[in-house]
Design a protein around this ligand. Structure first.
Ligand code: PMP
Length: 391
């Protein structure tokens, strides 16, 4: 909308809104949505895994009942809260489960509950871009904590704490991390939990991917190790992201504060989405059966991508074979991946350059490839195009 002719001055945005900036790379990624581009850039889950039949069937009956589309409680549908509590490996009271509008909202609300503008938040580096945006939007100062092949390095965090840093919270995607695919092993989880207890910060464990694991052990979430942890998860990768259904499990008092903030944000998460999901996932055995069909789809695509990278690019690339999730993190020694993206788009493929996942200018020789939405042949074709872009 253009400004009215009588409008004398431009609209002044808040510091908060100005803090969330677009970047040249993010703008370039918009170009990757053209039909001829094989995009391995996006974070979309595989649409062929969405249980549209089961959801449609559930919708038929549900929509006959007006309660399905009535206002509901902020905390969420009891059936869903019970389901989450019952599936959690930790002993969780359904009252300590809050349904959120995607885990993204959970993250935003917990950051708002725990920080004031200017407060420090430690976060995975490289880390999930959407989390970095939440932190920027809330005026937090981000303290990057290096992620190596075993996830966030608690020793590096401890060194920063010993030097006087006092983060209010530590954000980590500790299982099948976005973007690197790494999983924090139990000993690192215990170390991190001990640091939280000693220095008084809260660990926010963002866990959208552990349900998509096909290899390796899944360690228990951090809420089993300390009372200073929050666990966020979602149906976005297991049912469908457009339902916008996530949840938060955490300490009772913190959850009550988060629920008050949620009330002011959106009153409650969509009743229709909650009823739909609950009707499907509470059928005995349904969810495990669904996962048993979905996980092999991702596993096959990940193996196809890894095989194509090995056969086409050989020792020019370094990567770890994914154990689950949706992403493969590749290091290309000596290559500027920001510049490579321009050539890759010209060749008809796209990825996300590593710099996007860093707040401190790192990751310029890395890139993230998503294997979620392309079939094995298209993944091999995408790698061939990447190889041409590399020259
Ligand atoms: N956290 C991580 C690490 C993610 O990768 C994503 C999705 N890209 C989200 C949170 C957001 O998930 P949701 O759809 O549940 O808001």
């Amino acid at each position: 909308m253009s400004a009215a002719p009588s409008d004398p001055s431009p609209i002044t945005l808040s510091a908060r809104a100005r803090g969330v900036r677009s970047s040249a790379i993010r703008d370039l990624l918009k170009l990757t949505e053209q039909p001829h581009v094989l995009s391995m850039a996006g974070g979309l889950p595989a649409p062929d895994t969405f249980p549209t039949g089961a959801l449609a069937e559930a919708a038929q009956g549900l929509l006959a009942d007006p309660a399905t589309v009535q206002y509901a409680t902020t905390e969420g549908l009891p059936a869903l809260r019970h389901w989450v509590a019952a599936r959690c490996v930790a002993p969780v009271d359904p009252d300590d489960v809050l349904v959120t509008t995607g885990s993204q909202q959970g993250l935003d609300l917990v950051v708002r509950a725990l920080t004031d503008p200017g407060d420090t938040v430690a976060a995975d580096s490289p880390g999930y871009l959407g989390a970095l945006q939440v932190l920027q939007a809330n005026g937090c100062r981000v303290l990057p904590v290096p992620v190596d092949e075993a996830g966030l390095d608690p020793a590096a965090l401890e060194a920063r704490l010993a030097a006087g840093e006092r983060p209010r919270l530590v954000y980590t995607c500790a299982s099948l991390q976005n973007p690197t695919g790494t999983t924090l092993p139990p000993e690192r989880r215990r170390h991190l939990a001990a640091l939280a207890d000693r220095y008084g910060f809260v660990i926010v464990e963002d866990d959208p991917y552990s349900a998509l694991r096909w290899a390796g052990e899944q360690p228990d979430p951090m809420i089993t190790l300390t009372g200073r942890a929050v666990w966020l998860s979602t149906f976005s990768k297991t049912l469908a992201p457009g339902l916008r259904l996530g949840w938060m499990v955490g300490p009772t008092d913190l959850l009550a504060a988060v629920a008050r903030l949620k009330q002011s944000a959106d009153l409650h998460t969509s009743s229709l989405s909650q009823h739909l999901a609950a009707a499907v996932v509470t059928r005995p055995g349904w969810f495990d059966h669904h996962l048993a069909g979905l996980v092999p789809v991702y596993a096959e695509r990940a193996r196809a991508l890894a095989a194509a990278l090995r056969s086409t690019l050989g020792d020019r690339v370094a990567f770890a074979e994914p154990a689950g999730g949706m992403f493969l993190w590749v290091t290309l020694a000596g290559v500027d991946t920001d510049a490579l993206l321009l050539r890759a788009v010209e060749e008809g493929m796209a990825f996300v350059p590593g710099s996007v996942f860093h707040v401190d200018g790192g990751g310029t020789d890395a890139l993230r490839l998503s294997f979620a939405t392309l079939d094995p042949a298209s993944l091999a074709d995408g790698v061939a195009r990447l190889a041409r872009a590399l020259g």
